[in-house]
Design a protein around this ligand. Structure first.
Ligand code: ADP
Length: 168
């Protein structure tokens, strides 16, 4: 079982093997955590994305690039569901984001991964519900190499909610 840690801060500064990016389907950068990761990684990140993923990616999936100027060796890009989109199973898609990122990290033989609160920014997924999905999916995952998953919250009040949910 993975060791789960809840921290507050900027995910671009976290010292882990891979950080997760809450990207969008175009995979060409954006606002929020996506913009911060692109700025901190430097310009090479977008070139790798354009070359390797010319058609972007699907919601709920995960793809890997290098981290370039980030402390993390890899960035695992995933696209969460937009909570305002109707006719999709938000929970299943968010669960898929977490699971697919863990699978990709494990496939690379990594030991540590850090997640932002996927979909809880401009994609409007309620933080409490999203965090329940994150915790459940990470707890259910059976890792081969992964030992530690860090949930990094930008706002301390979000981390407080996550700490409360951890104890259930
Ligand atoms: P999404 O489009 O998936 O909702 P956002 O980037 O808008 O993605 O927000 C996802 C979460 O990431 C939000 O909870 C936001 O507070 C948080 N966030 C924004 N910037 C950072 C950062 N540099 N490090 C960690 N978390 C961040």
């Amino acid at each position: 079982m993975l060791n789960i840690e809840i921290t507050v801060g900027d995910i671009t500064k976290v010292n882990v093997d891979a950080i997760v990016n809450a990207a969008n389907t175009a995979l060409r950068g954006g606002g929020g955590v996506d913009g911060a990761i692109h700025r901190a990684a430097g310009g090479q990140l977008i070139y790798e994305l354009i070359e390797r993923y010319p058609d972007g990616m699907h919601v709920g999936d995960a793809v890997v690039t290098f981290g370039y100027e980030l402390p993390a060796m890899y960035v695992i890009h995933t696209v969460g569901p937009h909570y305002m989109n109707v006719g999709i199973d938000h929970e299943a898609l968010l669960e898929s984001c977490y699971r697919r990122c863990l699978e990709e990290a494990d496939k690379l033989g990594l030991h540590s991964i850090a997640f932002p609160a996927i979909s809880t920014g401009v994609y409007l997924y309620p933080l409490r519900d999203a965090t329940r999905v994150a915790l459940r999916t990470i707890r259910e995952f059976e890792p081969e190499s992964l030992e530690r998953a860090e949930l990094v919250f930008f706002k301390s009040e979000d981390a407080e909610i996550a700490r409360e949910l951890m104890n259930y």
